[in-house]
Design a protein around this ligand. Structure first.
Ligand code: GDP
Length: 221
């Protein structure tokens, strides 16, 4: 019978050492949902918010980044997508899941109310360190994405784009999209950085985790 490739003694150390950022991201717990601006938790500490059109893959990206399979529910359970959801990493740090934009089945009135809450959150939140913008690699830079990028550029708010579902394209095609969107960003929205991502295949998860570690000032010393 064949023995294991690694006995415990021989496992390379790197397999066991996890960065502090990953360690903390894995601790994410849902703590708070707000539908109105007045329901937001206290504006202290550091937070990074995830935004994107409905169905772009935001919940899947949050789950992959925190390595928690069911942290953020998928778009098929609308209740959770109608509010700003807070996930605590520690006393000082949060991830924030913003309402998916363009969810079809809500009334005009409710949509207006969200837009107002979202607007105020983006404009007033002191804890907000940056935005992770989720775009399906097959449908990048839709109207809402561009609106958010334009706002971030004028406000100097850092944005990092995840081009999700990269596994749906060949590697060459995905790189082609990455390059053309990057070119457009350099011209119009220089505040933004970008990477390929796949929650299904795990592509780009480590890069996104490292960025969150930096934005949330998770000490790696
Ligand atoms: P949300 O509405 O932005 O939160 O999107 P979800 O995370 O719920 O994903 C929408 C759909 O896309 C679901 O059917 C997911 O399984 C699928 N999906 C999300 N991320 C990926 C990915 O990286 N690869 C593939 N192939 N499908 C994905």
């Amino acid at each position: 019978m064949r023995g294991p490739l690694f006995t415990k003694k021989h496992v390379p150390r790197s397999i066991y050492t996890m960065s502090k950022a990953v360690e903390l991201l894995r601790k994410a717990e849902f703590t708070h949902g707000a539908q109105l601006f007045s329901q937001l938790p206290e504006d202290t500490g550091l937070e990074v918010a995830f935004a994107g059109r409905s169905n772009a893959g935001k919940s899947s990206a949050l789950n992959a980044i925190t390595q928690r399979r069911a942290l953020a529910r998928t778009s098929r359970t609308p209740g959770r997508t109608q509010q700003i959801n807070f996930f605590m990493l520690d006393e000082e740090r949060h991830l924030v899941d913003l309402p998916g934009y363009g969810y079809a089945k809500v009334s005009h009135k409710l949509k207006q109310q969200w837009d107002k809450t979202l607007d105020r959150y983006l404009q007033e939140r002191q804890a907000l360190q940056g935005l992770v913008l989720i775009m399906d690699v097959r449908h990048p830079l839709k109207e809402f994405d561009c609106q958010l990028l334009a706002w971030a550029t004028t406000s100097g708010m850092p944005v990092h784009i995840l081009l999700t579902k990269a596994d749906k394209l060949t590697r060459n095609k995905a790189i082609g999209v990455l390059q053309s969107v990057r070119h457009r960003l350099e011209q119009d929205y220089p505040v933004a950085t970008i990477q390929l991502f796949s929650a299904t295949k795990g592509t780009g998860v480590d890069e996104a985790q490292a960025l969150l570690g930096k934005w949330l000032k998770i000490d790696e010393s």
